[in-house]
Ligand binder design. Structure first.
Ligand code: ATP
Length: 499
C-alpha cells in the first residue's frame, strides 16, 4: 500500500500469481507479451463479472437482447467499418535497439536555457513523466556544462513531431538521438487465412471489437424478434488487437474480452444527447454497484476536435489505476454511421420501419463498451485491503459477494473427528448445490479464515461440537470478521441475499 492507501501493481500481480488468478501466457516457454491465462480463481472472478453484467444489462431489461457473433467475419465487414483503412496506432522504431514504441506514448521536449536549445529529451508516458524529463534535461545541461536556468519543459507526443525533429530526439532505449524512425501508422488487426489456400483472397481478421458483429446482425435481430426502438443488442466476447506496446498487466493486452452494447434510438440531436447522458449514468452506477470505489471513478468527455469523424460524442469513464487514471469504459454516440456503412457496402436494406409513423430510417446508436479484463483489474485494485485483526496484519479482498470466486468456506473445527467431518461434508454438499463453495479441513481455523480472506470469500462457516447437538454453525463475515451463531436456514438466507 502507498501513502494514499492505494495498492501497488506489484502487490496485485503477486497476489494474482500466488493465488492462481492470472498467469503470464506460455510461461514455461518464456511467456508471450500481451497474452494472459486466467487460473482457477481468475476464471471464476471473470465469469462472475460477465454474469453480473449480462444479468443487469440484458436479462433484467425489457429493452435489451443478447448476441454471440463469430470472431472471424467476412473481410468486407472490416472494409465497411473502416478498420482496414484506419484502425491503426502511430508507431516509431529505434533502429539501434530494435525497440518499438507508440508514437503517441513517447513524449519529447527541447531543452532550452536562456533562449538557446541544448538538445532534446524523451520519456515514455507515465504518471511522473514531467519529473523524469526534467531530470534528463538537468543531466544534459550538466553534461554540456551550461550555466543559466532551464526554461519550462513542454512535452509533446512524438506522433506530432516535425520531420526536422526526428534526428534530434533521443531514443528512450539508448538515450542517444539519431536512431528513431518517422512515426507511421500500424494496423492493429491480427491477420489470418481462412481455408487451405494462403493467398490474398483468403485473408481474414480476428475481430478488434465485438461491436461490428452486432451491426451486421441488426436486420436478423429485427426480423426474428418483435423488439421496437429504443432497444439494445449486447454482446460479450473476445477481441484481438496487435497492440504495439502491451503493458500494465492485463490493462492493455493483445487478446482481451469486451462487454458491448449497441443501443439503437430514433433520429435527432436531442434524442442522442439524452440517451448518451442516461447511459453514462447507468453505466457509472453499475460500476459502483460492483464495488468500484466511487472516488476512483471519473468521467472525461473527448474534446470535439479529437472525435472520430463519424462520432457525435464520446465520454470515457476513467479509473484511478496504480499506474495512473486511465480509460475503463467508453460510451460513444456513433450516429448511424455503422449501419449506413454496412447498408451501403452490402447493398442490403437495414432500415428500421416505424409502424406508428410509417417512417423508414437507419437508427442512431449509443455504444457503452467495457473491457472484462480492465474491469477485473479495477475490481482487484478497489478490493485489495489491509487491516489489523487480533494484533496481526491481514490482507484481504473486499470483493462484492456477487463477484467473489468462492462464496462460502466450510470448515470442520478439527479434521480428526469423523462426526465433525461428516457434518461439514453434509453442509458442503448442501451449499455446493447452489454456489461455488470450498471445503477446507487443514490448519488452524484462523489460518483457514485468512486464506479465504485473501481471495475475497465473503463468508465462512465452522462446524463444531455444538453443531452436532443443535445443528447451529458459526457464520463469519469477511470484512468485519464478526462471527454469528445460526442454523443452516439462516446461513442460506444470508448468503442468498448477498450474492
Ligand atoms: P485505449 O485508448 O485504451 O486503447 P480504446 O479507446 O481504443 O482504448 P475502445 O476501442 O473504446 O478502446 O474499446 C472499448 C473498451 O475495450 C475499452 O474501454 C477497454 O475497456 C477495452 N480495451 C480496449 N483495448 C484493450 C486492450 N488492448 N486490452 C484490454 N482492454 C482493452
Amino acid at each position: 500500500m502507498d501513502k494514499a492507501g492505494q495498492v501497488s501493481m506489484e502487490a496485485i500481480v503477486s497476489l494474482c500469481r500466488r493465488r492462481g488468478f492470472i498467469f503470464q501466457s506460455s510461461e514455461i516457454y518464456g511467456g508471450l507479451n500481451g497474452f494472459f491465462d486466467y487460473g482457477p480463481l481468475g476464471v471464476e472472478l471473470r465469469n462472475n463479472i460477465k454474469q453480473a453484467w449480462w444479468r443487469d444489462m440484458v436479462q433484467s431489461r425489457e429493452d435489451m437482447v443478447g448476441l454471440d457473433s463469430s470472431i472471424i467475419a467476412h473481410p468486407r465487414v472490416w472494409k465497411a467499418s473502416g478498420h482496414i483503412e484506419g484502425f491503426s496506432d502511430p508507431m516509431v522504431d529505434c533502429r539501434v535497439s530494435k525497440m518499438r514504441y507508440r508514437a503517441d506514448q513517447l513524449f519529447f521536449a527541447p531543452v532550452v536555457v536562456e533562449g538557446r536549445v541544448l538538445g532534446y529529451v524523451s520519456v515514455l508516458e507515465d504518471v511522473d513523466m514531467q519529473a523524469q524529463a526534467e531530470e534528463a534535461a538537468n543531466k544534459l545541461k550538466r553534461k554540456l556544462a551550461v550555466q543559466g536556468s532551464l526554461e519550462a519543459l513542454v512535452l509533446q507526443p512524438y506522433a506530432e513531431s516535425r520531420p526536422e525533429q526526428w534526428a534530434l530526439v533521443p531514443s528512450p532505449a539508448t538515450g542517444e538521438p539519431g536512431s528513431l524512425t518517422a512515426p507511421r501508422a500500424f494496423n492493429l488487426m491480427f491477420e489470418t487465412h481462412v481455408g487451405a489456400l494462403q493467398d490474398a483472397a483468403s485473408v481474414a481478421y480476428l475481430r478488434p471489437e465485438t461491436a461490428q458483429g452486432i451491426f451486421i446482425n441488426f436486420r436478423n435481430v429485427l426480423d426474428s424478434t418483435r423488439i421496437k426502438l429504443p432497444f439494445g443488442i449486447a454482446q460479450i466476447g473476445k477481441a484481438f488487437r496487435n497492440e504495439i506496446t502491451p503493458r500494465n498487466f492485463i490493462f492493455r493486452s493483445r487478446e482481451f474480452e469486451q462487454m458491448e452494447i449497441e443501443y439503437f434510438i430514433p433520429l435527432g440531436e436531442e434524442t442522442w444527447r439524452k440517451a448518451h447522458a442516461e447511459w453514462i449514468q447507468t453505466r457509472r452506477r453499475w460500476l459502483e454497484s460492483m464495488g468500484l470505489d466511487p472516488k476512483r471513478l471519473k468521467e472525461q468527455a473527448h474534446p470535439q476536435e479529437k472525435l472520430a469523424h463519424y462520432a457525435c460524442a464520446c465520454t470515457d469513464i476513467l479509473f484511478d489505476f496504480p499506474f495512473g487514471t486511465q480509460e475503463l469504459e467508453g460510451i460513444a454516440a456513433r450516429g448511424n454511421y455503422d449501419l449506413t456503412q454496412h447498408s451501403t457496402h452490402s447493398g442490403k436494406n437495414l432500415e428500421y420501419h416505424d409502424e406508428v409513423t410509417g417512417e423508414r430510417f437507419l437508427p442512431q446508436v449509443i455504444e457503452p463498451s467495457l473491457g472484462v479484463d480492465r474491469m477485473l483489474l479495477a475490481v482487484l485494485c478497489s478490493a485489495y485491503s489491509t487491516d489489523v485483526i487480533d494484533g496481526e496484519e491481514r490482507q484481504f479482498l473486499r470483493l462484492h459477494p456477487r463477484l467473489a470466486p468462492i462464496k462460502v468456506g466450510i470448515f470442520p473445527l478439527v479434521k480428526n473427528k469423523p462426526e465433525l467431518v461428516q457434518k461439514a461434508r453434509e453442509y458442503y454438499e448442501r451449499l455446493n448445490r447452489r454456489w461455488n463453495v470450498f471445503y477446507d479441513a487443514s490448519g488452524a481455523i484462523g489460518r483457514r479464515y485468512r486464506r479465504m480472506d485473501e481471495i475475497g470469500t465473503p463468508f465462512c462457516i465452522t462446524i463444531d461440537y455444538q453443531t452436532l447437538e443443535d445443528q447451529s454453525v458459526t457464520l463469519r463475515h469477511r470484512d468485519s470478521a464478526v462471527q454469528q451463531r445460526m442454523g443452516m436456514e439462516g446461513v442460506m438466507a444470508v448468503v442468498g441475499e448477498a450474492v
